[in-house]
Design a binder for this molecule. Structure first.
Ligand code: NAD
Length: 553
């Protein structure tokens, strides 16, 4: 039975044993599509997160997808182009059920203005990373990543602990909403600025944000008191980051850590320029795009200038993957890239071993299935401190949104082992239903993004998009259930290409084979990509785990 969804009553949370499709694989993908809308930011408009990241191009396309998933047999493959179903072709039972390409624009034309025009004509849509591929699981999707970043900074600069430290950030949207909880889990006093009071309230309602301050003075007093008492606290402040950051700098306050997760990648539908109400911004989105782009960029210049000032005074400042430095540089802040990107600064040694944001969703809708897998994870990886610490914290602090899900950073071999053990549990009747395995597109072999994932690669291969394309073709050959190639990024054009994958564990031998091939090959490619770029950790992983990398002569 689907469950009521208090946040979006028209979009119930799927679950239960009854199938509407002809098999669990199809039913699973249908439930994942339903789930991204149930936990999305604006499901009435099919928007899941990241400003315009959509689950389907429009409602007619959505109906077509639901019909196809419900009626298709194994042995057919549904083709989806930028959120619209375009065909159901005959393949075979080991082929993917769904393959997609979202928002890929030919190089010379990959510009924000071209994207907006194609979108206006209804020819394309931005799938975010996980929205269009039905892999989004709410703010939980990035929470461990955000927590690990904070802990890496804590280890490097603050004796391994963020108690008594002030973190300043902005953006309480789908992904940015993970920040207050991740900061609190790391022990910090974290201030999160968002221009939209509704977003702040939403995060508070679902338990990610503790307090909302009525004004900047109160917010700073609350943070100051928590810092002095070394008390973990998250505070939201409704305001424009382009005004609040410079004001905090003007008062001579220097936070310990500064970042930002507003939707700065989109100057029209994402970032809100200062000096305008949200209604004014919304009113300009369709007809005043040029004006809005210029105003947003001018605000981002002030926003990033304040971040650079904090950096000069000693704050640890980093870009959290929203292209804010790129926009600021295009607006004339020549030293915007003095701010490092989080991937290179803190996480690359993990990615070089293909350790990244792996995730699973209990299709039964039952939280007990996730609890059982949590136990299994701790039993399987007792010496992996990142995992055991994370699962303990996640169990205590992370509320479920939509289908009960978990994210955990696992690497090559580990993902496959876990998924196959889960499949065996399903076969033995130890779980209430099948489980979908997926990962963020921000994964070792899966993404070319020269301003986020692959910035300053050792061998200079930052902009080469062959890797995610190889990944996608390999995953189709490796029997994954859903495979997707996305492009987009800043203004949804030209900034990145990524590959996404989902594999369903339904307890069958065929699922065991699919999980084994797809998950093993996916992380093997991740290790190979970093080995090929000359990373020691990856070469070590090749040797230790027998990764089939062909070393150059
Ligand atoms: P979202 O569109 O759901 O939310 C963005 C939030 O920013 C909104 O709540 C909006 O009100 C707020 N905002 C916009 N302009 C503002 C301003 N000037 N001052 C204060 N608040 C402002 O987006 P999201 O899903 O939360 O993603 C945020 C950004 O993070 C995007 O650019 C996305 O691409 C990026 N992202 C990064 C990662 C990563 O791995 N680090 C992962 C996912 C998304």
């Amino acid at each position: 039975m689907p469950k009521a969804n208090p946040r979006h009553p028209k979009f119930p949370i799927p679950g239960g044993p009854e199938l509407r499709a002809k098999g669990w694989r199809q039913e699973a993908l249908l439930r994942l599509l339903e789930n991204v809308l149930a936990v999305g930011e604006d499901p009435d408009n099919l928007i899941v997160y990241a400003a315009l990241g959509k689950a389907a191009r429009n409602w007619a396309a959505h109906r077509g997808i639901v019909k196809a998933l419900t009626e298709m047999d194994e042995g057919q493959t549904l083709l989806i182009q930028s959120g619209k179903p375009i065909g159901l072709v005959k393949t075979h039972a080991r082929a993917p059920l769904v393959i997609m390409a979202n928002c890929n624009i030919v190089g010379q034309w990959a510009k924000a203005e071209v994207f907006y025009e194609l979108q206006r004509k209804g020819l394309i849509c931005w799938g975010g990373l996980t929205a269009g591929a039905w892999q989004y699981i709410g703010s939980q999707g990035v929470i461990q990543g955000t927590y690990e970043i904070f802990m890496r900074i804590a280890e490097r600069r603050f004796g391994g602990d963020l108690h008594g430290r002030f973190v300043l950030t902005a953006g309480l949207g789908g992904m940015g909403g993970a920040q207050p909880l991740a900061g609190r889990m790391a022990g910090a006093a974290i201030l999160c600025v968002d221009i939209d009071p509704e977003r702040a309230r939403k995060r508070q309602q679902i338990g990610y944000l503790q307090e909302i301050a009525p004004d900047i003075d109160t917010a700073l007093q609350m943070i100051d008191a928590a810092v002095k008492e070394k008390r973990a606290l998250s505070v939201g402040l409704v305001g424009n980051a382009a005004e609040v950051y410079p004001e905090i700098a003007r008062r001579g306050i220097v936070p310990d850590i500064v970042t930002d997760q507003t939707s700065a990648h989109d100057l029209v539908y994402g970032y809100a320029p200062k000096g305008m109400s949200l209604d004014q911004v919304k009113g300009l989105r369709d007809d005043g795009q040029g004006q809005l782009m210029a105003a947003s960029r001018a605000s981002i210049v002030e926003h990033v200038t304040a971040m650079l000032e904090f950096q000069k005074k000693g704050s640890e400042v980093f870009d959290n993957g929203n292209l804010i430095r790129t926009q600021a540089k295009e607006g004339g802040v020549t030293n915007a890239f003095d701010i490092p990107i989080f991937t290179e600064a803190y996480l690359r040694p993990l990615f070089a071993r293909a350790i990244g944001p792996f995730r699973w969703m209990a299709l039964s809708g039952e939280e007990s299935d996730i609890a059982r897998i949590d136990d299994l994870l701790i039993e399987m990886f007792p010496d992996n401190k990142i995992i055991t610490n994370w699962i303990r914290l996640a169990r205590e602090h992370v509320p479920f949104e939509g289908l009960p899900s978990r994210i955990a950073w696992l690497g090559h071999g580990e993902r496959t082992m876990l998924a196959r053990r889960v499949n065996a549990l399903i076969a033995g009747g130890d779980l209430k239903g099948p489980v979908a395995f997926s990962r963020d597109h921000l994964d070792a072999g899966a993404m070319a993004h020269p301003n986020i994932m692959t910035e300053r690669m050792k061998d200079g291969s930052d902009a080469i998009a062959d890797w995610p394309l190889i990944d996608a073709m390999m995953l189709c050959s490796s029997m994954a259930d859903l495979v997707v190639v996305h492009s987009g990024g800043g203004g949804y054009a030209g900034y990145m290409t990524s590959c996404g994958v989902t594999v369903i564990a339904d307890g069958t031998d065929a699922a065991d084979e699919r999980l084994d091939h797809a998950l093993t090959n996916d992380t093997a490619l991740g290790v190979m990509r970093y080995a090929d770029a000359g990373y020691e950790e990856a070469l070590d992983e090749v040797a230790k785990k027998d990764v089939p990398y062909i070393r150059p002569d």
